[in-house]
Design a binder for this molecule. Structure first.
Ligand SMILES: NC(=O)c1ccc[n+]([C@@H]2O[C@H](COP(=O)([O-])OP(=O)(O)OC[C@H]3O[C@@H](n4cnc5c(N)ncnc54)[C@H](O)[C@@H]3O)[C@@H](O)[C@H]2O)c1
Ligand SMILES: O=P(O)(O)OC[C@H](O)CO
Length: 320
């Protein structure tokens, strides 16, 4: 039986780091087709198409400079072309672009395809919060797992040791993704609580913004996986969300200006996730119960002073 074709949907900082791993791993297993498609949002770099640069120099010079990608990773600018025949879809784009992209992919999804989302973010749905994996499930009608962890793309590309968590409703699929992405220095645990894993990945981005400025039916053990507390600490010390938030305090520039200036096209997920969560909290009259999330949003978008940040903790409902 031929191996399953893999398509990586996205090619930013994390997308390129994971492409480096996937490109190597598919060659070592007959479960997968040895050629991998990587969908690239096309852009011009010094008069040359980014896809052409990747396919000739085997390096994503804009989003992961200094790292060679395996030659079997082929950059494809057309999403319909990229997903053709792919049985394994790895979603790794900033969350704000997922809906539109799924709509473009929908008519071209191979029968029996499965997906995994590496995207940290949430969306606002008619009934409150919508997970990014739910958007993919609903639009494409495929099984979707998630992968979230304490993983800074450049460190993973440098082959520094770190762990990560796959949340898979279908455990067998979770193990296929583990085979696709695990390496000696990128260790993967598979758990069933996919939604908890994904929420950890999304909400830590808001806390990371806060760090720059200065419950229920789920099993709490999931928070002890890489996607939980470990990712929170990692992102608060070393991530882009905290770096930009720190610069926000030191300059009088807006988050949008700083993102454009400091990240060379990379996208922050924390401020936007704080706005999405704030809208949901407001609709449900729950803003007071989440003072940290609310304060991050208000500082990012409503002109609230950073020096008032600590007030949000002083006024935490548990202390009143
Ligand atoms: N970078 C990390 O260290 C890291 C680690 C773990 C998880 N993540 C998560 O991975 C996801 C993707 O992040 P990333 O770091 O790979 O991306 P990135 O922020 O480095 O890059 C932005 C990407 O978005 C693309 N893009 C720009 N405009 C677009 C459009 N209109 N439509 C579609 N794509 C467009 C760009 O071409 C680029 O590939 C995010 O949810 C992020 O939170 C990132
Ligand atoms: O650089 P950040 O803040 O987007 O965080 C990157 C990763 O999510 C950390 O695990």
């Amino acid at each position: 039986m031929p191996g399953k074709k893999v398509c990586i949907v996205g090619s930013g900082n994390w997308g390129s780091a994971i492409a480096k791993i996937i490109g190597h791993n598919v060659k070592a297993s007959n479960r997968f087709d040895p050629m991998v498609n990587m969908w690239v949002y096309e852009e011009m770099i010094d008069g040359k198409k980014l896809t052409e640069i990747i396919n000739t120099e085997h390096e994503n010079v804009k989003y992961l400079p200094g790292h060679k990608l395996p030659k079997n990773v082929v950059a494809v600018p057309d999403i319909t072309e990229a997903v053709k025949g792919a049985k394994i879809l790895v979603f790794v784009i900033p969350h704000q672009f997922i809906g539109k992209l799924c709509d473009q992919m929908k008519p071209h999804i191979a029968e029996g395809a499965i997906g995994i989302s590496l995207i940290k973010g949430i969306d606002e749905g008619p009934e409150g919060l919508t997970l990014i994996s739910d958007i993919i499930r609903e639009k494409l009608q495929i099984d979707v797992s998630v992968l979230m962890g304490a993983n800074i793309a450049s460190e993973v590309a440098d082959e520094k040791f770190c762990e990560t968590t796959i949340g898979a409703r279908n455990e067998a699929n979770g193990h296929i993704f583990k085979e696709l992405m695990q390496t000696p220095n990128f260790r993967i645990a598979v758990v069933r609580e996919s939604d908890t894993v994904e929420l950890c990945g999304a909400l830590k981005n808001i806390v990371a913004v806060g760090a720059g400025f200065c419950d229920g039916s789920v099993s709490s053990t999931t928070f002890l996986e890489s996607c939980g507390v470990a990712d929170l600490i990692t992102t608060c010390y070393g991530g882009r969300n905290r770096k930009v938030a720190e610069a926000f305090v030191r300059t009088s520039k807006s988050i949008a200006e700083l993102e454009a200036e400091m990240l060379n096209g990379q996208k922050l997920q924390g401020p936007q996730t704080s706005a999405e969560v704030y809208k949901i909290l407001k609709k449900r009259d729950m803003v007071n119960k989440f003072p940290l999330f609310a304060a991050v949003y208000q500082i990012c978008f409503e002109g609230r002073q950073v020096k008032e940040f600590i007030t949000c903790l002083q006024n935490h409902p548990e202390h009143l």
